[in-house]
Design a protein around this ligand. Structure first.
Ligand code: SF4
Ligand code: MG
Length: 332
């Protein structure tokens, strides 16, 4: 089946005084209907830029410098802004970190849901209101028939994010982009919100791109995981393979400790050194200055993602697994 979202060789670039900076480079992945792809990496790895590029909301001067984005096989990376706006409203739902960026404080939750439903589904106002109440029930808002007439400020942070999920799904989108959807919430409600997002997207058959730096969220939510480092794909594969049997040295470091969703433990994993500035990405493998396994080739040749067991990884060690003698030759 055609994937809902297909990204091929995506490059996001920023013009510099001399030349351009590639903040996302040669990134490829697919997301199928009903599947959650977790996109994970340290801050500055290019996760949010990738999400913004997919939905046509890159802030200038950032721009797509190469590659393709397809929604159900149709190119969407080269559409006029007005057409892209329609596609976002109808086919792509968005859930961002701060629910207040998605909700208008001057209108009730119900008014916002009804307007979106009427605009994008053609339902009449009365049917749209019934649908809004159903959706609020689906995302776990108690007494939805009464709460539908509340204003955003009358909801708690967790309830607001539930309302945003309802808003993101009310036009029955094929794709949902969730960028750090629980980061602003109390730890105690994060797991509930993630569970709601996952369940409701599965029920609606939506493909989900879940962007987060939180390994606990990834481990409990994603079907597949894409690990990004310095704007590039480091490793991609099924969640248990990436989280529990990571092959890429960067992924191994990142997955070193996965705190439970309901714990207060620090959520950032420590790996020695820092991710390079995008203006100073090292040649060869971008991870080589921090990699405990780096060898000569890593300093000069950039690895592309290649099959390594159950994942694909951009690491020369993949060759060592597959064809040990080839690597032995390369080393001599
Ligand atoms: Fe480490 Fe080399 Fe693999 Fe990069 S290619 S992750 S430097 S072993
Ligand atoms: Mg981000």
């Amino acid at each position: 089946a055609t994937p809902v979202l297909s990204v091929r060789n995506l490059r996001v670039e920023f013009p510099l005084r001399r030349g351009t900076l590639s903040a996302v480079d040669d990134l490829s992945f697919d997301i199928a209907a009903g599947e959650v792809l977790g996109v994970v990496g340290e801050s500055g790895a290019g996760k949010s830029l990738t999400g913004a590029a997919v939905i046509g909301l890159l802030e200038p001067p950032g721009r797509i410098g190469g590659g393709e984005v397809r929604l159900h096989g149709e190119r969407i990376d080269n559409l006029p802004p007005s057409r892209m706006r329609k596609i976002r409203g109808r086919h792509i739902g968005m859930v961002f970190q701060d629910p207040l960026t998605s909700l208008n404080p001057l209108f009730t939750i119900g008014e916002q849901l009804v307007e979106t439903i009427v605009t994008h589904t053609g339902l009449g106002a009365a049917a749209a209101r019934r649908r809004a109440i159903d959706l609020l029930a689906e995302v776990g808002i108690p007494a939805p028939a009464e709460r539908v007439d509340s204003y955003p400020h009358q909801f708690s942070g967790g309830m607001r994010q539930r309302a945003v999920i309802a808003l993101a799904l009310c036009a029955e989108p094929q794709l949902v982009i969730a960028d750090e959807p629980t980061t602003a919430l109390d730890v105690s409600v994060q797991a509930q919100i993630i569970a709601v997002l996952k369940r409701i997207c599965a029920e609606h058959g939506a493909a989900v791109m879940l962007i987060t730096h939180d390994m606990g969220v990834i481990a409990e939510t994603a079907d597949r995981v894409a690990v990004m480092y310095a704007g590039r794909l480091a490793e991609i594969g099924p969640v248990d393979a990436v989280v529990r049997h990571a092959r890429h040295p960067y992924t191994q470091g990142l997955m070193g400790s996965i705190p439970k969703l309901d714990s207060e433990e620090a959520r950032l994993v420590q790996i020695d050194g820092a991710m390079p500035r995008l203006t100073a990405i090292p040649p060869g493998c971008a991870f080589h200055p921090r990699c405990p396994h780096a060898f000569d080739r890593c300093h000069v040749d950039r690895p592309e993602p290649m099959p390594a067991g159950r994942t694909d990884m951009a690491c020369w060690l993949a060759l060592q697994d597959a064809v040990p003698e080839a690597l032995a030759e390369g080393r001599s």
